[in-house]
Design a binder for this molecule. Structure first.
Ligand SMILES: Nc1nc2c(ncn2[C@@H]2O[C@H](COP(=O)(O)OP(=O)(O)OP(=O)(O)O)[C@@H](O)[C@H]2O)c(=O)[nH]1
Ligand SMILES: [Mg+2]
Length: 432
């Protein structure tokens, strides 16, 4: 049910500052989400008569007083006796409300008509700055609809309601004085927004985390342990996993796609028929694995305790197995994936584990057991920490796609105010 999604999303958003009221219109309503049909639409009602307009048309399911930021579920009856539409209403401040309704054209039209009859001025078209902001709000709405976790949806919803659109319009206001100091300060703010771009531009797309390593070290067992069910077949024989197997999961509110891969080893391909069918299948699995390695955001390089112990002196993780030799060269512009290195099957250890860990590797390698679960909490923490080293506060402006981050990256402190304004306008309107 769409209102359950809306409820889940909107109760994590803090109070945001209300936009500046228009000096000429008392109470206005406008659609915040893009025009046309969508899953959920948001209508903003703002002005001194907002409360009475809402109360004339809406009956809440529970009879409690309005509280800023606290959502209310109920029926939009529009003063008629029929049962009306289910909506969720969020008071943003004493005189500003958001009505979250079904995104069908008729549903929004009915709400606008009812508000209009209650004396609210309803506008589809807005002032020039707001028209531009519509693109940012549309992009944020589209992102929100595709978010799969409450955490990512919370960030996207903030961008629908204010976020980057509000920041950009405020920035244009500040530049009206043509001040170079404003340019410098705004360029710094743009840099701050971009600090989070690696994560914020991925709200709707899960990060790709790939487990890789030699055969039989427990890669599939680890995937199963992380997701909590038997997704991958495991067996005490090398070569169990033949192809890449993707699993969707969520860690700390981050949507993640985990890839289990075939055990990687360098097979020597010779031109004769000497290579067996089995080797050909394995080689094909390894090629598939190499493809996903190249596109990973994070690699989890797995070995196991027996391999670790037999590795030359056990002093270098790379002596046992090293993913680098399987990675295709990356272009200089592409991001290097982060890597977590781990040793699995530590439950097999009869000796003191500390003796095994050299001081060099004590902190750089994770020691886990897919069987007993030891070290798995730390592994999940490290996965999230590598992907998002620092979560931004929920109410801050964010770049949620590469178009936005590219324009933000062009806001430089040495630009003239006029140039800076043009870049901001391009960010708002998509035209530049
Ligand atoms: N004792 C112990 N055994 C484990 C652990 N993790 C996996 N195993 C066992 O190791 C064997 C191989 O596990 P898999 O998860 O299939 O290993 P894999 O790396 O996916 O193997 P391939 O798909 O062949 O590359 C199975 O018998 C598992 O039960 C562990 O933490 N401790
Ligand atoms: Mg496997």
């Amino acid at each position: 049910m769409w209102w359950l999604i809306a409820e889940a999303i909107f109760d994590v958003i803090p109070e945001l500052p209300a936009p500046k009221p228009s000096p000429t219109v008392s109470t206005v309503a406008r659609r915040l989400t893009g025009q046309g049909r969508s899953a959920v639409a948001v209508v903003q009602v703002h002005g001194p008569d907002a409360v009475s307009a809402i109360e004339t048309n809406f009956k809440a399911a529970s009879n409690t007083a309005w509280r800023t930021g606290q959502i209310r579920f109920g029926q939009w009856h529009g003063g008629r006796s029929d049962s009306g539409e289910d909506v969720v209403i969020t008071p943003i401040s004493d005189d500003q409300f958001e009505v979250h309704c079904h995104g069908g054209i008729a549903a929004v039209g009915r709400i606008m008509d009812d508000l209009s009859e209650s004396g609210v001025q309803c506008s589809e078209s807005q002032s020039s700055g707001e028209t531009g902001a519509n693109l940012l709000i549309r992009e944020a709405t589209d992102c929100l609809i595709h978010c799969t976790t409450r955490r990512t949806a919370g960030y996207a919803a903030t961008q629908v309601r204010a976020g980057l659109a509000r920041w950009t319009i405020d920035a244009l206001d500040q530049l009206e004085s043509d001040s170079q100091a404003a340019v410098v300060s705004l360029a710094q703010q743009a840099d701050q927004i971009l600090r989070h771009a690696r994560w914020s531009t991925r709200l709707r797309d899960p990060f790709r985390v790939v487990l890789c390593g030699p055969a039989n070290v427990g890669k599939s067992s680890l995937v199963n342990a992380i997701v909590g069910y038997q997704r991958s077949i495991t067996y005490d024989q090398p070569g169990t996993t033949r192809d890449v197997l993707w699993t969707s999961t969520t860690l700390d509110g981050l949507p993640i796609r985990l890839a289990d891969t075939a055990g990687l080893r360098h097979l020597v391909e010779n031109k004769s028929n000497a290579i067996s069918t089995d080797d050909r299948i394995e080689m094909s699995g390894i090629q598939h694995a190499q493809k996903v390695l190249a596109e990973a955001d994070l690699l989890i390089e797995v070995t196991d305790l027996p391999n670790w112990k037999t590795a030359k002196s056990g002093s270098d993780f790379g002596d046992a197995w090293n993913v680098d030799s399987f990675l295709p060269p990356r272009s200089t512009t592409s991001n290097e994936p982060s890597i977590i290195r781990l040793v699995n099957k530590i439950d097999l250890n009869n000796d003191d584990l500390n003796d095994l860990m050299t001081s060099d590797h004590k902190d750089s390698v994770l020691w886990v057991s897919a069987t007993t679960g030891q070290g798995l909490d730390e592994l999940c923490l490290q996965i999230v920490g590598k992907l998002v080293p620092e979560f931004p506060s929920i109410d801050q402006p964010l770049a949620i796609n590469s178009r936005q981050s590219q324009w933000l990256a062009r806001l430089r402190p040495d630009q003239r105010p006029q140039q800076f304004r043009e870049t901001l306008n391009a960010l708002l309107t998509g035209q530049g």
